[in-house]
Design a binder for this molecule. Sequence first.
Ligand code: AMP
Length: 420
Amino acid sequence: MQTIEKFNFAGHKAFVRVDFNVPLDEKFNITDDTRIRAAVPTLKKILKDGGSVIIGSHLGRPKGVDAKFSLQHILPRVSELLGVKVEFANDCLGTEAVEKSAALKPGQALLLENLRFYAAEEGKPRGLADDASDEVKAAAKKAEKANQKEMAKQLATYATVYVNDAFGTAHRAHASTAIIADSFDADHKLFGYLMQNEIDAVEKVMDNTARPFTAIMGGSKVSSKIEIIENLLTKVDNLIIAGGMTYTFTKALGGKIGTSICEYDKLDLAKDLIQKAKANNVNLVLATDAKIADDFSNDAQTKFVPVNAIPDGWQGLDIGPDTEKKFAAVIEASKTILWNGPTGVFEFENFTSGSRAVGNAIVKATAKGAFSLVGGGDSVACVNKFGIADKMSYVSTGGGALLEFIEGKELPGIKAIRGH
Ligand code: AMP
């Protein structure tokens, strides 16, 4: 397999799929350019080698051509970060894109308009009436899949090599993230640095694991994390359950949880996961105490109580000090750590203590040589908020893609390049 490090791009035109889906304010200013910066090393390496780049991305969820979602909004910032004046094609398909990519000289860059202006990018029909018959729906789906292949083929004609650096969309089989790779032979398709780093980090955690391996699963709901928890139960030594999920487990074990968040239809599932942990010899670490509040608010009255004795009218919004110590001891003795999801409602300053304690324990373990991977939107927000992101071994840029990768699923964007 080709790698970005080895490949010499001199004289090549590279189609680089990036994830420039950055947040914009109402005046279309970029409020966080992390995703653009994340792809810069790959783009710069190609330009420095003497290649040229055709940059493709989506932005938002347009239903068709829509100026609100134009990549023109981010063009100045892309030029600034790359240190070259980036050209723009007002349509990712058609004559302008063909001519502008053909005219690129070594060291030059072209940004294409939003790929998702075309339904073919996702390969899903748009604008179908809700009451359309199954036959109509099936025919529309088939037609859009054919359009998707055609779109992928057209995009491929712009370039001599395909580079995927869009980890955020690696779990999608879209025209520009996966299907396009069919038009390039094995020596002319490769991962960008960001994609490669993400893959290496997840594989280090899930496949080449130094032990003990501890996963901390927080966040609000068990239902959104079942598949990850089930996969982790076959891999980890310790599984720490935190956040809102705590109360579904506590309730399943017969505790009193007051008005804490709880998925009452998932109590059997929680019991089942407890049994599976036992059967797999996994140390399932649950909270013992909680910081409870008489309202879902930063200014609520609070107290600490045992996690299974929460009075009526009160709810657990973070773990308590005993649990912090218990979690920290497990984390600090670990050699591999995966953190997904806060231990409490970290958006409220008064309920950040548990997540800070987990974050600090990971910092200590990492300083002692453990490998730590933090991923999934809210845990990344946590480490950024606490100023400890640079003390983690790796902070993933992927949300859904990371979670599916950890679930053990094959990601189309990865498979399209390396075959698995
Ligand atoms: P998720 O997107 O599933 O990772 O969940 C993250 C969200 O879970 C954050 O917005 C937290 O505020 C929320 N959360 C964590 N602990 C609790 C809790 N005890 N009660 C309610 N929400 C919580």
